[in-house]
Design a protein around this ligand. Structure first.
Ligand SMILES: [Zn+2]
Length: 276
């Protein structure tokens, strides 16, 4: 089944038969990406009375209890509730409508080569993605819907499949500068998807400058009422296969209704073409 969407009076076809899944399947108890010293996501049969929760051990059906830390165990989508004192749930923020998404590939640069401001914890040999790198990659996409995009997907280079099970505590992952996040707000990007464990430096003295800038939160604030971009989302730890070309897509951001700041997620993107 395909569907069409109208943008500024022009009709576009969305090819749902060729979905690309940008999530990393969460393999409980097996190899997973890990971050921030979090334990692996685990799964165990639920047991009550004589019921074992596992058909393999004689139960009538499978019923498992899962344990996970969404921010650290794989692909997840988070909302401003990630940094606020008052709870804000991803279930009330996650988009229900399809989005026009740009997919770009970016090779991070050493922090000493950026003109953007760096946080106090940054090291000169950190890998950073600054506003210039983002703008250069976006401007290389020659498509009339670029200005209509409300989502940006960033694939970082190099892009080995080992990212799907990488221990991010064993390396210094790349991160975005606050000015890069600011550039996204200027472009009205509401949904930011990355293949990194965090848009900020893993250890940045708690500033989360890119997160805060993106959500329109003042420095050090934990007050959700101050967020000028309360409905924006960030999706981290995606994996974007090399076979998916940079360009413009239709995004279906699938997020379960967790009453928490973040939840595991499955971003799907579909090819988009002008109606003939
Ligand atoms: Zn996160």
């Amino acid at each position: 089944m395909n569907f069409s969407i109208d943008i500024d009076g022009k009709r576009w076809q969305v090819d749902t038969t060729h979905a690309h899944d940008l999530s990393i399947p969460l393999l409980f108890d097996q190899s997973q990406p890990t971050f921030f010293a979090a334990p692996k996501a685990t799964s165990a049969p639920y047991r009550v009375g004589d019921f074992s929760g596992s058909v393999a051990t004689g139960a009538s059906c499978n019923c498992f209890t899962h344990s996970l830390t969404p921010h650290c165990n794989g692909t997840h989508t988070e909302c401003v509730g990630h940094i606020t004192r008052d709870p804000v749930s991803i279930s009330e923020i996650a988009p229900t409508a399809p989005q026009i998404a740009l997919l770009i590939s970016v090779k991070p640069r050493q922090a000493k080569h950026t003109r953007d401001a760096l946080g106090p914890a940054s090291q000169l040999d950190d890998l950073a993605i600054d506003a210039e790198l983002l703008e250069r990659a976006i401007s290389s996409i020659n498509h009339e819907l670029v200005q209509h995009a409300t989502a940006l997907i960033v694939r970082t280079l190099p892009n080995p499949t080992s990212k799907k099970a990488l221990n991010y505590d064993s390396i210094a992952p790349a991160y975005f500068t606050a000015q890069a996040a600011q550039a996204l707000t200027v472009r009205n990007i509401q949904h930011w998807l990355v293949d990194l464990p965090s848009v900020d430096r893993a250890h940045d003295q708690g500033l989360l400058a890119a997160h805060r800038t993106y959500w329109g939160m003042p420095p050090n604030s934990h007050d959700a009422t101050l967020a000028t971009r309360r409905t924006a989302t960030i999706t981290e730890l995606c994996y974007i296969d090399d076979a998916i070309a940079d360009g413009v897509y239709c995004l279906n951001l699938q997020v379960p209704a967790f009453a928490g700041d973040a939840a595991p997620s499955r971003p799907l993107i579909y090819p988009l073409s002008a109606n003939k």
